[in-house]
Design a protein around this ligand. Structure first.
Ligand SMILES: Cc1ncc(COP(=O)(O)O)c(C=O)c1O
Length: 388
């Protein structure tokens, strides 16, 4: 059993006495003990078993085991959301006075943790630009503990060289953490390139149908142990129901992501020819600045296509207003194609200068390409572009 598809399906809970084929849902907040000695030994961790669903639950363990198998990780822990995975990872591993080096192009809430919340505990972050990996070493200080990045980035789909990041982390003895949300373990496995920890918002392509929130951190067992203890005490547990949904979703991840990527590549190629568009960014387009790196570390290009409209904010608003089928929504990685215009929505409060620093130009539109038929996706997007 070594193929991704097989592991995603066959990594599952041991059958109960009912011999169910598909793993059942263990919707219970706690578990019982036969006697006081069993309870003592369980709390003392002499016995590996479930105690309370804030700590572990069979459904969350099944989900974590699958992600560990797919990411080739030693251990993992699941969370209620991607952001609770990100925050708990930092909170568990960092001490007051520690320092982070991070790519500037990270998800907005992660950026807010770096700039607004972690400084409250005397933890500072120095940022490097996604296309300036060469500058990372200059950002490293004596107290730097973590090197953090997403690849491909949200929303500009820049690609960072994982092999290079791994080498820098080893040289300076840093913990390399990669948010692998845009790629999923099917397209890219950062641990192979030297990442110590990999984080996912399971809310995106892992769920894939816009139903539940979830997050997970996997990687080195010694680090996961600290993250588990923080989470057990602070409480951002993934609900057993959401874990059950996410485990089922993983069974179809490979076929879904294959189709997402095929649709996205076809759309990206055709968009390059439209007169309203200044540029198209998609990791597997030869015109992408980091095409060679994407080809080296990713199986396919992912489902996010970023386009730059010639007519800036006004063009972005007209484009969104004329879409008939595609959804205007904050999520991504759904079976439904979703279009967002960061400059007029998620990033509208930033000054133009701050937006540009994170790679968000006024005319940037992010398309999360779904699983509808590619002809229907293209027809809707092209007719809306023609209105600009
Ligand atoms: C790259 C990335 N990381 C983390 C998150 C946060 O995930 P969640 O919404 O599940 O908290 C998101 C959400 O969009 C994301 O795109």
């Amino acid at each position: 059993m070594s193929h991704f598809e097989t592991e995603a399906i066959r990594t599952q809970l041991k059958r109960s006495q009912f011999k169910e084929h598909s793993s059942p849902l263990y919707l219970t907040s706690s578990f019982v003990f036969d006697d006081a000695e069993e309870m003592r030994a369980s709390f003392a961790e002499e016995k590996e078993r479930n105690i309370y669903s804030r700590f572990t639950n069979p459904n969350t363990s099944e989900f974590v085991d699958k992600i560990c198998t797919l990411e080739k990780a030693e251990a993992g822990h699941a969370f209620a959301t991607g952001m609770s995975a990100v925050f708990s990872t930092f909170a568990a591993l960092l001490n007051s006075g520690d320092h982070i080096v991070s790519c500037r192009s990270v998800f907005g809430s992660t950026h807010n943790l770096f700039t607004k919340y972690l400084p409250k505990w005397n933890i500072d972050t120095t940022f490097f630009k996604a296309d300036e990996i060469v500058n990372i070493e200059a950002c490293i200080q004596k107290n730097t503990k973590i090197l953090y990045a997403e690849t491909p980035t949200n929303p500009a789909v820049a690609v960072l060289d994982l092999e290079n990041l791994g080498a820098i982390a080893r040289k300076h003895d840093l913990i390399l953490i990669i948010d692998n949300c845009f790629a999923t373990p099917y397209l890219q496995q950062p641990i192979k390139f030297g990442a110590d920890l990999v984080i996912h918002s399971a809310t995106k392509l892992i769920d894939g149908q816009g139903r539940v929130l979830g997050g997970v951190t996997v990687g080195r067992a010694d680090l996961i142990r600290e993250i588990y203890l923080f989470s057990r005490n602070s409480g951002p547990a993934l609900s057993p129901f959401n874990a059950w949904v996410l485990s089922k979703s993983l069974e179809t991840l490979a076929v879904r992501v294959d189709r997402h990527c095929d649709n996205a590549l076809e759309l990206a190629i055709s968009l390059e020819k439209h007169s309203a568009i200044k540029s198209v960014k998609y990791p597997f387009l030869p015109s992408h600045p980091q095409y060679a790196i994407a080809k080296k570390q990713m199986k396919k290009g992912g489902n996010i296509v970023s386009i730059e409209l010639k007519s800036g904010i006004k063009g972005g608003v007209t484009f969104l207003d004329n879409l008939k089928m595609c959804s205007l929504s904050a999520n991504l990685g759904d079976a439904r194609t979703i279009v967002t215009h960061p400059a007029s929505t998620t990033h509208s409060k930033l000054s133009e200068k701050d937006r540009l620093e994170t790679g968000i130009t006024s005319g940037l539109v992010r398309i999360s390409v779904g699983l509808e038929h590619i002809e229907d996706i293209s027809e809707d997007i092209f007719q809306a572009l023609d209105q600009i």
